[in-house]
Design a protein around this ligand. Structure first.
Ligand code: SAH
Ligand code: SF4
Length: 390
């Protein structure tokens, strides 16, 4: 895969094999050990240098001095749902929290690509053992979408590449023996493309064949539609990273009301950008559409969506809005959700309804709420970047 030009790593966990190699050479160690160090950390999840048994003792000691060891986060709460969805509340070293969720794939999950399903079967993975992890890219979010808990809270800070990858290393370590982490979705807290440099490094780390080794097309980045950053992602990763777009409305007036980002990048620009995204053959862009009663749930909006997205290879994922404390907005009744889906299907568009997973642990992706370990809702410091002006 093409590797984009990256900003320097700010943490040992964010170093690539060649960067380890340069560090080791400076220490007077042979460069080939860079790949070994990277492999211990990322492929095997061994973080204590003392356990890196094929390295000389002196190097293990140097790695320890370098800080190699604990992840830059702690799990402060872990909740398991009856459907084996696991939600982890992770605390960064400055005390800020984000959430990450492990979601076992359903045996007949409509969201799963057929090619991916048969690949998993060929790899000997029994149905139900394939796991998707939803990860966060920022603490809070600056985009200000009115239906989203992260948007209402505002941005507290970006996560570093190390903090993003650490969620996956921690998540993977919690899988059962037979389970395999095969998919990662950037659909937790934050707008990944607003934190481009750290997210790009995290994508390279997650998909590195000597490390965690996820297939690039099994990493899905969800964005509210930052057009120049989507173009940059397309260029940097040759369109190999799977893309999900939060559409949520089909005309500019309605979209700008619920998603301020639309005032900067209106639908015509977003759709033009999707048309030039270099999608691999037979792959489709996921369109996320949170259905909100009385706002965007009219079946005529389904017709408009089909018209708007003509010529873009898409599949639509409908998400009945999860209620949030800060807003009176709510999901339509179930028959409305089904009618919307059916209308899209009648018009030849693949449409599914996102199943609520792990509801008993409040683990719906995309509305990862800001709770403290005691279950108390935390007050986010309100800081919203002006995405419209910037
Ligand atoms: N910032 C990115 C990714 C995180 S959100 C983005 O917006 O795409 C993942 C998905 O959940 C997005 O489609 C988001 O719009 C949606 N979402 C956010 N809050 C929600 C809520 N309360 N109910 C349903 N979906 C929600
Ligand atoms: Fe940010 Fe996405 Fe929430 Fe919008 S929906 S506020 S972009 S996390």
């Amino acid at each position: 895969m093409k590797t984009p030009t990256l900003e320097p790593a700010s943490h040992w966990l964010a170093r690539l094999p060649e960067e380890w190699c340069a560090v080791l050479e400076e220490w007077g160690e042979p460069g080939y050990r860079g790949k070994q160090v990277f492999g211990w950390i990322h492929k095997r999840g061994v973080l204590d240098p003392a356990s890196m048994t094929n390295l000389p003792k002196s190097l293990r000691a140097k790695l320890k001095d370098e800080g190699v060891g604990p992840l830059p986060l702690d799990v402060v709460r872990a909740h398991d749902a009856s459907d084996k969805t696991r939600k982890l509340l992770v605390r960064m070293h400055d005390g800020l929290d984000v959430e990450t969720v492990l979601i076992p794939q359903l045996v007949k999950d409509p969201d799963v690509d057929d090619a991916d399903r048969s690949e998993d079967l060929k790899a000997g993975l029994k149905p139900g053992t394939v796991v998707t992890q939803c990860i966060s890219s920022q603490v809070g979010c600056a985009m200000g979408c009115v239906f989203c808990a992260s948007g209402v809270a505002g941005l507290q800070r970006h996560l570093s590449a190390a903090e993003i990858v650490a969620q996956v290393i921690e998540g993977r370590a919690r899988l059962d023996d037979e389970e395999r982490l095969r998919n990662v979705v950037l659909m937790g807290m934050g707008e990944p493309l607003h934190n481009y440099d750290e997210v790009a490094r995290a994508l390279v780390l997650l998909t590195h064949p000597d490390g965690i080794g996820l297939s690039t097309r099994r990493v899905t980045l969800s964005t509210s539609g930052l057009v120049p950053a989507i173009d940059r992602l397309a260029k940097d990763f040759d369109g190999k990273v799977a893309l999900a777009i939060s559409l949520h409305a089909v005309d500019d007036e309605a979209r700008s009301k619920i998603m301020p980002v639309n005032r900067k990048y209106p639908l015509s620009e977003l759709v033009a950008c999707l048309k030039r995204y270099p999608m691999p053959k037979r792959r489709r862009i996921t369109i996320e559409y949170t259905l909100i009663r009385g706002v965007n749930d009219d079946v005529r909006d389904a017709d408009r969506m089909v018209k708007l997205l003509k010529g873009v290879p898409v599949k639509v994922n409908l998400i009945p809005m999860n209620p949030i404390a800060e807003s009176a907005l709510e999901a339509p009744a179930w028959d409305g959700v089904h009618a919307f889906r059916d209308r899209l299907r009648e018009r030849g568009v693949t449409a599914t309804i996102r199943r609520q997973r792990g509801n008993d642990v409040d683990a719906a992706c995309g509305q990862l709420a800001l709770y403290g370990p005691d279950g108390e809702r935390k007050e986010g410091r309100r800081k919203r970047l002006d995405v419209v002006e910037s």
